[in-house]
Write a protein that binds this ligand. Structure first.
Ligand SMILES: [Ca+2]
Ligand SMILES: [Ca+2]
Ligand SMILES: [Ca+2]
Length: 486
């Protein structure tokens, strides 16, 4: 707690004498009435719940703070031209019962779709806040339905067209017979920029993404996902763990046509919805059976706060990195390698600096002209949560521009992999197939007797393995911020 600001110390001192101070920590009963962010049970931020964007979904009626796409509430049935992505938003897809919001995605060939919609014949729903949010702590407790639809909690503006995705989850692979853990255990956080000043064809709008392996299936049960969106950074949380802090300066280093990537500085509407993307397979290959009777995105609550004081949470910043030689500045010392693995100056490659924190131009390169693997054994504590993060790219991949109908052909998809094993749990891997550096992360929890873990990178998990660049690798301990006194 040594890095708390003076105002925070005053707040903490105030908590010692709760009878005299209105800022005392809430009891569990109070919390039901006036909830706090799950990562700040002591209310050090003096959080103020924002009713325009919050809903417990407990009374069976959709609250007045929400627009339901497709239902005319006096401002038209649809708030914008987006009636759904490869599917159509309809009011009937949105219900509230048993204390939960339900967004139902259906294969509905008999539905009368709007012009330009209906192929494939999928109906789904979207809730959009009527008001605009300008920074706040956004939290949702939810479970995703089993279908190839994405389920998302996100926000988008109208002026600068910045988009903030707290998450886009996909509930099921196209191929239901294959092990799809890489899809259904993934949380994808992103910033997009839809400003036409970048380029007119709306391609390549992804400024920043992190793909995070959660360690659980997003369709199995409810989990709490959150983003603390403020003026200078955004912090992403899952079940009380800080997964990523993206700073404004880091985002701004990813440039498109001279524009920096921190495009989430204007008021935005908050969305909870389902859409259909072709990230995991071709739209034309979708089949009715992938949806069952219906796939339901269930939301227990959405809560959004603004902070009362500018007070940092007690977080896991600047924890020691357990990985040695994590930047590959000069050599591969500390890494055990097999096959084609070298240190490579990557600055000749386009996008080499995008979203890569490394100060030097060198990265670890796996697989030029062959296959390769690199690993490092790290020292860990038993029964402890850790986060493995790295900046990764498969530089020779093509065709990852968006939207997909603008992709150049022919497409080349190379795959590389990051993983962790021998830590006391099942082997975890994370697939990489974009040609610019992105952040990838994996949460893992050590076993009760484990004091070492092995992290690894390779291009040998599948037949499509290709050139892989690896830089800025870290493993840090994850603290559960929901517990008092951390
Ligand atoms: Ca309600
Ligand atoms: Ca509820
Ligand atoms: Ca480096």
């Amino acid at each position: 707690m040594n890095n708390l600001s003076p105002v925070c110390w005053l707040l903490l001192i105030g908590m010692v004498a709760p009878a005299m101070n209105p800022l005392l920590a809430q009891s569990d009963n109070d919390r039901t009435l006036k909830p706090l962010p799950h990562t700040d049970p002591e209310n050090t931020g003096q959080w103020q719940l924002q009713p325009d964007f919050s809903d417990e979904f407990n009374d069976g009626l959709i609250g007045e703070q929400w627009h339901i796409q497709g239902r005319d509430d006096g401002q038209g049935a649809y708030y914008n031209n987006n009636r759904g992505r490869n599917s159509q938003f309809i009011p009937a897809a949105i219900t509230e019962s048993m204390g939960r919001l339900q967004i139902k995605s259906r294969w509905a060939p008999d539905f009368e779709f709007s012009k330009g919609y209906g192929n494939p014949p999928i109906t789904t729903g979207a809730l959009i806040s009527k008001q605009f949010l300008h920074y706040g702590y956004m939290e949702i407790r939810c479970r995703v339905g089993k279908s190839p639809m994405s389920a998302a909690f996100w926000a988008v503006g109208t002026d600068n067209r910045g988009e903030l995705d707290v998450f886009e989850h996909v509930g099921q692979s196209w191929d239901v017979t294959k092990d799809n853990a890489d899809i259904t255990q993934t949380m994808q956080m992103s910033i997009h920029n839809w400003d036409r000043a970048i380029n007119e064809n709306l391609s390549n709008r992804r400024h920043w993404t992190q793909k995070h392996t959660l360690g659980f299936d997003v369709t199995d049960t409810m989990h709490v996902y959150a983003a603390d969106w403020s003026e200078n950074d955004i912090r992403f949380y899952v079940d009380g763990n800080l997964i990523r802090t993206l700073t404004k300066s880091e985002a701004n280093r990813v440039m498109f046509n001279g524009l920096g990537g921190w495009v989430i500085d204007k008021p935005q509407r908050v969305w909870i919805d389902c859409e259909l993307f072709d990230w995991e397979g071709r739209i034309s290959e979708l089949r009715p059976e992938m949806f069952g009777d219906e796939a339901v995105f269930e939301v227990d609550y959405v809560r959004i706060w603004k902070r009362g004081v500018d007070c940092p949470n007690i977080e896991t910043q600047n924890l020691p990195n357990l990985v040695s030689n994590s930047d590959f500045a000069t050599d591969l010392s500390g890494w055990k390698t097999k096959g084609a693995v070298v240190v490579q100056n990557v600055s000749k490659w386009k996008y080499w600096k995008d979203n890569n924190e490394s100060a030097d131009p060198n990265a670890m390169q796996i697989g030029a002209g062959g296959t390769g693997a690199a690993s490092q054994e790290i020292t860990v504590k038993p029964n402890t949560h850790y986060l493995l993060t790295a900046h990764l790219r498969t530089p020779a991949t093509s065709g990852t521009l968006e939207p997909s109908n603008l992709r150049t052909k022919p497409l080349v998809f190379h795959e590389g992999w990051m993983g962790v094993q021998d830590y006391g749990g099942g082997r975890l891997i994370r697939k990489v197939f974009h040609n610019w550096f992105q952040s990838y992360s994996i949460k893992f929890t050590t076993g009760e007797n484990d004091t070492t873990a092995t992290i690894f990178f390779n291009n040998t998990e599948t037949q499509r393995g290709g050139l892989l660049h690896v830089d800025t690798v870290s493993v840090v301990e994850l603290k559960d911020l929901r517990k008092h006194g951390n």
